[in-house]
Design a protein around this ligand. Sequence first.
Ligand code: SF4
Length: 63
Amino acid sequence: MPHGKPAGMPCVQLDDDLRCRLFGTPERPAFCASLRPEPGMCGESRDEAMALLAALETATRPD
Ligand code: SF4
C-alpha cells in the first residue's frame, strides 16, 4: 500500500497484547512518536477510544 494502511485496520506492528513492537526504537515512525494522546481521542475505555477515533476519521476524511 503506497500510502499506508486503510483507516480502521490494525497496524502490523501491534503484538498480541496490542502493544507497539517498535516503541522506544528508532524504527518507530516519527508520526507515531509525535502524536500526543488526549482525552478527546482516548476517552475512558478502549470502546470509547475506538468510537472517538472513528468519529475523528469520519470528520477528517478527504472528500
Ligand atoms: S505507534 Fe505507530 S508503529 Fe507502533 S503500533 Fe502504533 S501505529 Fe504502529
